[in-house]
Ligand binder design. Structure first.
Ligand code: UDP
Ligand code: MG
Length: 136
């Protein structure tokens, strides 16, 4: 059964700063994901806190929000066949030291907090996260 989906992807400050945007987008295009929407923005800490609300009880929450607001990011809507899971697989493990070679985090991630990319983890969160950044 085919299922064309959309997901939200973010290229995080560590990767934008290292000029890895094009390299990371190549991974998406090679995997037949379409980049439907794309914008470069910098968000406030309050916006980051809202975006990462699911993690508000975690010990790393404050650091995570400061980090996402620390520099420009690229937010994108990706579209493709089962793209939510396909993108998670392509990103690799949250901790780059555990991410497989050939995954984005395996290639470019620096540490568990500077892990270069975000990707929605479910259909419900993909919809919420797309609406968060692209309200039309
Ligand atoms: N994170 C962190 N320390 C941890 C776990 C997560 O700094 O111990 C950060 C990391 O940047 C991660 C983000 O919090 O990408 C969200 O965590 P999640 O478990 O949702 O990982 P992801 O979905 O990004 O793989
Ligand atoms: Mg997550």
């Amino acid at each position: 059964m085919s299922s064309l989906e959309k997901t939200l992807s973010i290229i995080k400050p560590d990767a934008v700063e290292r000029n890895l945007t094009k390299n990371i987008q190549e991974y998406f295009l090679k995997n037949n994901f379409k980049i439907l929407k794309e914008k470069k923005i910098q968000i406030t800490k309050d916006e980051a806190a809202e975006f990462y609300k699911v993690h508000q009880t975690k010990p790393f929450y404050d650091r995570l929000c400061n980090y996402l607001a620390s520099g420009p990011i690229i937010v994108m809507v990706l579209e493709g066949e089962s793209v939510i899971k396909a993108n998670r697989d392509l990103m690799g493990s949250t901790d780059p030291s555990k991410a497989k070679k050939g995954t984005i985090r395996g290639e470019y991630g620096i540490s568990i907090d500077k892990n270069s990319v975000h990707g929605s983890d479910s259909a419900e969160n993909a919809e919420k996260e797309i609406n968060f950044f692209f309200k039309n």
